[in-house]
Design a protein around this ligand. Structure first.
Ligand code: SF4
Ligand code: FES
Length: 247
């Protein structure tokens, strides 16, 4: 396939960026999207030009670092996958593909297609954990019975990989789906109940401090989420938040 790539180039966080056009030829439909960018970068390096900076690590849909806005969609046109799992067979010969970084005030661009998602880490640090007594008297987790449906829902929430596609998809750049997944994975389990009140208040407060927008129930986040995190988690977080605020 021969393609035209329009790629966001930006030197650093403070300079203005712009879309730059790069033709690329002989792209195999079996290549992953990131492999296609690797080929482009090799060509750029050979020509003495600066390669395009983009985030990636596991390349198997687990780590959540790949974060590209492809033709206006986070992680591109396929569903329930990350950018590293996107294949070039989703495009046609002659296509023009626009590649931009995830856009949100709370995700400032570091360089080209790489954004800083430390704001997610700070939300997680505010309460996304369970404190455990490590004195040697720690209770075996398996000795606490958990209802099957709660265990399943907690597991589903825990599959959030913190990629930020929900924020990039949202017209308000809201981080509600991410935060709700992180709150839900503990709220549904007895182990998470002890710190539940403090957790939801602290995580929501941090989310607001980071400058993410509010949720207006549009649902774009759920559609673009590579892990199928459900909007039900946002409803659960809202209930948790309301009852915590009244305590
Ligand atoms: S909720 Fe989905 S889209 Fe949002 S950070 Fe988690 S995995 Fe990514
Ligand atoms: S590189 Fe790890 S999820 Fe894509």
């Amino acid at each position: 396939m021969n393609l035209t790539l329009k790629i966001w180039r930006q030197k650093n966080a403070t300079t203005k960026g712009k879309l730059q056009t790069y033709p690329i030829s002989d792209v195999s439909p079996d290549m992953s999207f990131l492999e296609m960018l690797d080929v482009l970068n090799e060509e750029l390096i050979e020509k003495g030009e600066e390669p395009v900076v983009f985030d990636h690590d596991c390349r198997e849909g687990i780590c959540g670092t790949c974060s590209l806005q492809i033709n206006g969609e986070p992680h591109g046109p396929d569903r329930a996958i990350t950018t590293c799992q996107l294949h070039m067979r989703m495009f046609k010969d002659g296509d023009t593909i626009t590649i931009e970084p995830f856009r949100a005030a709370a995700f400032p661009v570091i360089k080209d297609l790489m954004v800083n998602r430390d704001s997610f880490e700070r939300i997680q640090q505010a309460g996304g954990y369970v404190s455990v007594n490590t004195s040697g008297n720690t209770q075996d987790a398996n000795s606490i019975p958990v209802q099957k449906n709660n265990a399943d829902d907690a597991f589903d929430a825990a599959t959030c990989i913190g990629c930020g596609a929900c924020v990039a998809a949202c017209k308000n750049a809201s981080a509600m789906l991410f935060t709700a997944a992180k709150v839900s994975q503990f709220a549904l389990l007895p182990q998470g109940k002890v710190e539940a009140t403090r957790r939801v208040l602290a995580m929501v407060e941090q989310m607001d401090k980071e400058g993410f927008g509010n949720c207006t129930n549009t649902g774009a986040c759920e559609i673009e989420c590579p892990k199928g995190i459900s909007l039900d988690n946002i409803a659960r977080m809202n209930r948790e938040y309301l009852s915590a605020s009244m305590k």
